[in-house]
Design a protein around this ligand. Structure first.
Ligand SMILES: [Zn+2]
Length: 235
C-alpha cells in the first residue's frame, strides 16, 4: 500500500493546524469512514482488476452526465454504472451556462471542456429531476433575485424557463409549474451546450449526441426529451 506524500499542515491560507489535535480527529464523519471500509472490503476486491486497468490505461468514459447536487439523484446509482463509465459534473439544478466570457471561474464549463475535448465522450446527458430545490428557489424568487445570493445568481441562468412556465401555466398549481420549470430548464441547458463551438462541431459531425433526461424521484421513472414530439416521454 502506498503512503500519501508528505503534506505539510498550514499551507492553505488561513487554515492553521491545531497543535493539540489528535492524530485521528474525532470530528471526522464516521459514517463516511465506515462506508469506505465496507467499500474497500466488499466491492474493491471484486472490482480490483477493473480499477487496475483504469489506473494503468486512464479513464475513457463514453458518457458525460450533467447532474444536480441533490443527494437523491446520484447518476452512478441511477444508471447502475461501474467505475470509469461516467464522467459526471454536478451543480445546483444541473445547469449548463452559455458560452460567455464573464469575470470569475467556470467550473462547469471547464468540466465540459475536459469531458468533450480531452476524454472524447460520445454522449452528454443533462439529467434533471423532480422536486429540485434550485428550481423551487427560482420559482419562489420570481425573478427578484437577491444580489448577495450565489444560488439566486446561478439560477438566473434559467430565468427564461421560469418566465415561460409562469406564462404558460399561470393557473396551475406549484407541483405542475415546478415540474414544467424543471423540464424547461433542461432545454435551456441543451441550447447552451450548442453555444460552445467544440460541442456544436462534434454534434454536427455526429461524433457527439446531447440528450435531455428527467428523473422522476417519486415514481422511479426516467423520461427523455423527444425532439419529434417536443415532449418528455418515458424511456
Ligand atoms: Zn436539483
Amino acid at each position: 500500500m502506498s503512503e500519501a506524500p508528505d503534506s505539510s499542515c498550514g499551507l492553505v491560507a488561513g487554515v492553521a493546524a491545531e497543535e493539540s489535535a489528535p492524530a485521528a480527529s474525532p470530528h471526522w464523519p464516521q459514517p463516511l469512514i465506515e462506508g469506505f471500509l465496507r467499500f474497500r472490503d466488499n466491492h474493491f476486491p471484486s472490482d480490483d482488476i477493473e480499477y487496475s486497468r483504469l489506473f494503468a490505461e486512464g479513464q475513457k468514459p463514453k458518457f458525460l452526465i450533467v447532474g444536480c447536487c441533490d443527494s437523491r439523484v446520484d447518476p452512478a446509482i441511477i444508471f447502475n454504472c461501474a467505475p470509469g463509465e461516467l464522467f459526471v459534473l454536478r451543480n445546483v439544478a444541473n445547469i449548463v451556462p452559455p458560452n460567455e466570457a464573464r469575470i470569475g471561474h467556470h467550473g462547469t464549463t471547464a468540466a465540459l471542456e475536459y469531458g468533450v475535448c480531452n476524454l472524447g465522450v460520445e454522449h452528454i446527458v443533462v439529467l434533471g429531476h423532480q422536486h429540485c430545490g434550485g428550481i423551487q428557489t427560482l420559482l419562489q424568487t420570481g425573478g427578484q433575485s437577491n444580489p448577495d445570493s450565489f444560488i439566486d445568481d446561478w439560477m438566473s441562468l434559467v430565468e427564461s424557463a421560469r418566465v415561460s412556465v409562469e406564462r404558460d401555466y399561470a393557473d396551475a398549481g406549484i407541483e405542475t409549474r415546478r415540474q414544467a420549470c424543471e423540464q424547461r430548464a433542461i432545454l435551456v441547458s441543451l441550447e447552451n451546450l450548442l453555444t460552445f463551438p467544440w460541442i456544436a462541431k462534434r454534434v454536427a459531425e455526429k461524433t457527439l449526441t446531447i440528450h435531455g433526461w428527467y428523473f422522476d424521484v417519486e415514481q422511479g421513472q426516467l423520461l427523455g426529451y423527444h425532439t419529434a414530439t417536443c415532449r418528455f416521454e418515458p424511456l
